[in-house]
Design a protein around this ligand. Structure first.
Ligand code: 5RP
Length: 219
C-alpha cells in the first residue's frame, strides 16, 4: 500500500471526531488535503473551519467549506493536522509545509488535537526530519548562530516566504532527546517566531494509517 493510501486512511478516520455544528481547526499538507476531501462530504454538518494557511484556505473554499476567523470563532473543540514526525508521547515535528506558526496557534487554541499521518511518521526519537523554525528576516543570521551553538545545522529554505512574510530555517542534526526543554529554549531566542516542535502542546490523538487499518494512539 502506498503512503498516500495510508494518509488517506488516517484522514478518513478523523471524521469520527466531527460533531454536528462544530467549528474546527484544519492544518496544512497532503494528509490534510485528504481530510478536506473527506470533510467536504459532510460539510452540511459543520459550521465552518479555521484554516492554518493560505493553501488550506484555497482548498477549503474550492470544496465549499466556510472559512472562519479564529478571533471570531473563539476556542475550538477540535484541531486536525498532519505531522512530519511523531513520537510515542505524541510530540511532533511539523512545518514541512512551512505553516507551523499558524498551526501552532490553532493547536494552542483547541481543546483536542487529532494528528493524522501514515505509519512512516512514527519515530523513536524526533530529529531525523530537519526541524523547521520560522524566523523574522532581519534575525536570520543571529538565529542561525544561536542554533549552531546548540549543535544544529540551520539551512535557509530557498525561495520560500511564509504566509506571515518570514523565512524558514530547517535545522539538521538535532537529536531531540528532551523535546519540551528544547522547544522552551528555542522559543526564547529573539527573532524566532515559532519552532516546529509541538511538545509543550502535543497531539491528544495520533491516527496512523497502516496497510492493516488505522492505529489510534492516545496521550
Ligand atoms: C505543514 C505541516 C504538515 O502537517 C507536515 O509537513 C506533514 O505534511 P504531509 O501531510 O504532506 O506529509 O506541518 O506545515
Amino acid at each position: 500500500m502506498s503512503s498516500d493510501d495510508m494518509k488517506k486512511r488516517a484522514a478518513e478516520a478523523a471524521l469520527e471526531y466531527i460533531e454536528d455544528n462544530m467549528v474546527l481547526g484544519v492544518g496544512t499538507g497532503s494528509t490534510v488535503d485528504y481530510f478536506i476531501d473527506a470533510l467536504s462530504r459532510i460539510k452540511h454538518r459543520i459550521e465552518g473551519v479555521v484554516s492554518s494557511s493560505e493553501a488550506t484556505t484555497r482548498r477549503l473554499k474550492t470544496s465549499g467549506i466556510p472559512v472562519l476567523d479564529l478571533n471570531a470563532a473563539g476556542p475550538l473543540p477540535l484541531y486536525v493536522d498532519g505531522a512530519d514526525e511523531a513520537n510515542r508521547h505524541l510530540q511532533l515535528i511539523k512545518g514541512g509545509g512551512g505553516a507551523l506558526t499558524r498551526e501552532k496557534i490553532i493547536a494552542a487554541a483547541s481543546e483536542r488535537f487529532v494528528c493524522i499521518a501514515d505509519q512512516s511518521k512514527l519515530v523513536d526519537v524526533l530529529g531525523t526530519f530537519p526541524l523547521p523554525v520560522e524566523v523574522i528576516p532581519m534575525a536570520r543570521s543571529h538565529v542561525g548562530r544561536e542554533l549552531l551553538k546548540r549543535g544544529g545545522q540551520p539551512v535557509l529554505r530557498e525561495n520560500f516566504i511564509t504566509d506571515n512574510g518570514n523565512l524558514i530555517l530547517d535545522v539538521y542534526n538535532l537529536l531531540i532527546l528532551e523535546p519540551t526543554r528544547l522547544e522552551a529554549e528555542l522559543n526564547n531566542i529573539a527573532g524566532i517566531v515559532a519552532v516546529g516542535l509541538f511538545a509543550l502542546r502535543p497531539a491528544d490523538v495520533l491516527l496512523l494509517g497502516t496497510p492493516d487499518g488505522v492505529r489510534a494512539m492516545r496521550s
